[in-house]
Design a protein around this ligand. Structure first.
Ligand SMILES: [Zn+2]
Length: 229
């Protein structure tokens, strides 16, 4: 995903590899009329290789700075994947990343990974201004205790969405509208269904297992945040 500002581009995630960055992401930017030379920042929502895989290539080629939570920089360092970006900027909870008058809010939403980050992004369609949210890690964790953390993050992020009147929903896994994990409920949370505002439509249930579903609406054509994948 690319956020096009007056002073350059903020990428949210960077696909799976240098080859993907070169063969998919860069042509996608050019199709939008965006110059890849203007990539300034790459916000990595979490430390899985299908999100940071192209970041090192883009950092090396364009001098882009790479941001990730300290926790997930540690996660990446622990696994030492070959295509990992060099450790760079750390995302603090609630941090604003400002470029060209566009301020992106970055909120810690641990669960999918210990350091998942979810952005809130000002967007516009024509002259109409909107606020987009992006849930940074879709699938809930499978370990016994982490679902509690995931649920807590949903609550905290919903509060941020309400505070900012977020009205555009995006997902890091747009084809994964719903997911479920095998039961870990013996040690898992006991929660009542959570219904967010209708356009947020987030639900977490605890029954035979944990089931979490997001039904994000895609932005209307013309919204200035463009999904490249
Ligand atoms: Zn992931």
């Amino acid at each position: 995903m690319a956020v096009l500002t007056d002073d350059g581009i903020v990428l949210i995630d960077a696909l799976t590899s240098a080859a993907d960055a070169e063969n998919v992401l860069l042509p996608g930017l050019r199709d939008l009329g965006a110059d890849p030379e203007k990539i300034r920042y790459i916000v990595v929502t979490h430390g899985h290789d299908d999100h940071f895989g192209g970041a090192r290539y883009l950092a090396d080629r364009y001098g882009a700075r790479v941001l990730m939570s300290a926790t997930d920089w540690d996660l990446v360092a622990g696994t030492q994947p070959a295509d990992a970006p060099a450790r760079d900027l750390e995302i603090a909870d609630g941090q604003r990343l400002t470029l060209g008058g566009t301020a992106i809010q970055l909120h810690h939403t641990p669960g999918h990974t210990p350091g998942t980050v979810s952005p809130i992004i000002p967007v516009r369609r024509g002259s109409a201004r909107h606020t987009a949210m992006l849930w940074g890690g879709t699938n809930p964790p499978t370990t016994p205790t982490a679902p509690r953390t995931y649920l807590k993050s949903i609550h905290s992020f919903l509060a941020q969405m309400r505070r900012t009147n977020a009205d555009v929903e995006l997902s890091t896994a747009p084809t994964t509208m719903a997911s479920s994990v095998p039961s870990s409920s013996a040690a898992g949370p006991t929660v009542r269904p959570l219904r967010a505002r209708t356009h947020a439509d987030a639900a977490v249930y605890d029954g035979d297992g944990l089931h979490a579903a997001w039904t994000p609406r895609q932005p209307e054509p013309g919204v200035s945040v463009q999904s490249l994948y």
